[in-house]
Design a protein around this ligand. Sequence first.
Ligand code: UT7
Length: 325
Amino acid sequence: MIRSLVRGAGSALPPRIVTNDELAARLDTSNEWIVERTGIHQRHIAGEGETTATLATDAARAALADAGLEPGDIDLIVLATATPDNTFPATATKVQAALGCGPCAAFDVAAVCSGFLYAMSVADGMLVSGQARRALVIGAETFSRILDWEDRTTAVLFGDGAGAIVLEAQDVGDLGRNEGPGILTSQLHADGKHHDLLYVDGGPSTTQTVGHLRMKGREVFRHAVVNLAQVLGDVVAKAGVRVDEIDLVVPHQANIRILEATARKLGLPPEKLVVTVDRHANTSAASVPLAFAAARADGRVKQGDLILFEAMGGGFTWGASLVRL
Ligand code: UT7
């Protein structure tokens, strides 16, 4: 049986940190409101010369170093982003050139905050079917470039950054679906009816502008808790594992209240949650791999751990993956 194994992880954050108080100095908001309603204390914001591609490249380099691999060892790059450097070509191809990989497949996946889950699942399918052997899966965003900085209901919520993992196809022999290492199961969903609850009001084929992020936060919140609880339950059942066997949950980091409510619904103790929303805010497709890299760097992740990844975002899109290291 071929499985996709996680070989390494890395991340990159712009050095510039913007605190809630800095935002409160120019918007009708306060540190207290932001912390109480979201759990966010600060976010990293890209500076001049920093783009989705440069952050993605730095995260990918760190993941390759963690895996002990060279750019030439990679034969697939899947990059999740909603803030590409250009409408085309794919930001993944800029990363490929910057790293100096061979002429391997490289493309972007657009599923907004669930993008990393989608990218990981696509890469897993290509590895397991033999189309590639080692993949870089990257989530990278510069949401600061699509925010309406006059809109306090969205400007305080997002940040920039990138995270990456290296996946490697390996023959793990004859194993049950819930035994051994690798991606055990993934499940993805979308429901396009909810387009207007979270979207960008511009694009090449509509307005010929980049546009700004618009969100009806309260409605998104409600859907997020319901959809995530459902997909998490499904993925656990599909893999045939018990909730108490899960060592760590690496969730999309939109709001500490969503993370905690979802964990409660599943019966998972809060100490099993990886939380980075306080430091990174919501970095969309980058948030899950950034949180995973942070947990590894903190020593919270051990070989053999069963990890649940989950995310929900614009589209709506949502999904979950169960992975054993
Ligand atoms: O990553 C993709 C998925 N995204 C999400 O999951 C985000 C989901 N939504 C959320 O996290 C929350 O809904 C928010 C953090 C966006 C908002 O929190 P909330 O508790 O749902 O607040 P609300 O939208 O119900 O607003 C409550 C009040 C409103 O005032 P009124 O109408 O009660 O007078 C807002 O105008 O808070 C006001 N408000 C603010 N006040 C100070 C909204 N934004 C701010 C702000 N500072 N930045």
